[in-house]
Ligand binder design. Structure first.
Ligand SMILES: *Cc1c(COP(=O)(O)O)cnc(C)c1O
Length: 413
């Protein structure tokens, strides 16, 4: 342990296995919570299909493909000096419709859940209705009088901003210093109020929470505390199960599934891990990827100090090119849920993000954002134990909306 904390402090990449992992894990939510979230998304699907034509072919279900990226295995083996013949898959949340990142799961779900709560309470909608009425009066004008707010490093702001604006909410995004200029511009084009901060993500969330709570018409979508976000992410697991079946991938004790998920505050990877463990038990092994300078979930879990510990306590800057992962303090809720469920955490240096970004582009022609590449760094550490029948799945979490000029810059780095 002493060695681990010394390495973390020195900004060295580490791989940490969770000694508190238990089977089954101690979760506060159940499969019926996830089923309720899936049912809610289905109720909204007809409205989504109509409002966002790019989802029409999928009947308004926001989902991403699962890609075989075996062409990357060889260059990856060479870069990380490991050899393996395991099946290598990429879950393409970079190509999720509407906002091009994993936040199109939890973020959009949280907006829809709040919308339903408001409309049910006002008796303007019920579960049996055709939700396409949302785009007509009186619901349309009702929602225009309501406000939404969120704190974000960028991608959550995009998801909530785009969906909030589409529903008619007056939406404010409190955005942290890492956010790319194009994300702020795109939000403004959608009619979203962008409140810029020179501070980090935690401060942006605190500013948004305080402003929103002072206004009775405003609802704050709280990335550090929201059960709705978490459950929205968890829905991904059942969808992935179907895709694995279709791809002929068996998951059981003899054929384990190793999943590598980039982690910011924890909601996205945490919710997905929760969903996967419900379905596959400990035949699925989930690992979170974090930047060496912002390993908030690793610190929370390995020290056991929950969200009381932050990157600065270990002399770390929190500064990283992985904007979605530039989070210095973990979500308390996700810490609690992952304490006995997560297999482990690992960290990587920023320059490696760009190595993986280039390798994936070159071998498979897939372009994703730097944060979304973090999962690749976990493979080298599990190869010695996972056996030849394990499937390796890297969760790509974003990049679908990155402008081409910006992507060219990433590829050159
Ligand atoms: C937000 C984000 C993550 C991590 O999600 P958290 O819920 O913050 O842990 C990972 N990758 C990208 C690209 C993101 O935008």
């Amino acid at each position: 342990m002493k060695k681990l904390f010394t390495e973390i402090r020195e900004g060295e990449p580490v791989f940490w296995r969770n000694p508190y992992l238990s089977d089954p894990p101690a979760f506060s939510f159940s499969a019926s919570d996830v089923a309720a979230a899936e049912a809610r998304l289905r109720r909204f699907a007809p409205w989504i299909a109509q409002r966002f034509p790019e989802t029409a072919a999928a009947a308004g279900i926001i989902e991403s493909p699962l890609s075989d990226i075996s062409a990357m295995a060889e260059p990856l083996s060479r870069k990380d000096s490991v050899s393996f013949n395991n099946r290598l898959l990429l879950k393409r949340d970079d190509s999720l419709p509407i906002s091009g990142s994993v936040k199109a799961r939890g973020g959009i779900y949280a907006v829809l859940k709040h919308t339903e709560d408001l409309l049910f309470a006002a008796e303007l909608l019920d579960e049996k209705a055709d939700y396409r009425v949302i785009s007509t009066d009186p619901i349309k004008s009702f929602l225009r009088g309501k406000k939404l707010a969120v704190g974000s490093t960028g991608n959550l702001g995009l998801s909530i901003g785009i969906m909030g604006a589409a529903l008619g909410f007056q939406t404010s995004v409190y955005i942290s210093r890492e956010a790319r200029a194009w994300k702020k511009q795109l939000l403004r084009e959608k009619g979203v109020r962008v409140v810029e901060s020179e501070q980090d993500y935690e401060a942006a969330v605190a500013a948004g929470r305080a402003a929103s709570n002072a206004d009775p018409d405003s609802f704050f979508i709280d990335d550090e505390r929201s059960e709705d976000l978490y459950l929205g992410y968890a829905v991904a697991a059942g969808r992935l199960k179907k895709q694995l079946d279709e791809a002929g991938v068996t998951v059981d004790a003899a054929h384990p599934l190793y999943v590598f998920l980039p982690c910011g505050v924890g909601g996205g990877p945490g919710g997905i891990t929760f969903g996967l463990k419900l379905i596959f038990g400990n035949a699925v092994h989930c690992f979170f990827a974090e930047p060496t300078q912002a390993p908030c979930m690793l610190l929370a879990l390995a020290t056991g100090k929950r969200s009381a510990v932050c990157a600065a306590d270990f002399g770390l800057s929190g500064i990283t090119a992985a904007d979605g992962l530039a989070v210095t303090r973990a979500s308390e809720l996700v810490f609690r849920e992952m304490r006995t469920a997560l297999d482990g955490c690992f960290t990587l240096r920023d320059e490696e993000l760009f190595d993986y970004l280039r390798l994936l582009d070159k071998s498979c022609g897939i372009r994703i954002e730097p944060s979304a590449c973090a999962g690749f760094a976990g493979i080298r550490s599990v190869i010695p134990e996972c056996g030849p029948d394990a499937t390796l799945l890297v969760w790509s979490t974003g990049g679908g909306m990155v402008p081409p000029e910006e992507m060219t810059g990433y590829l050159r780095q």
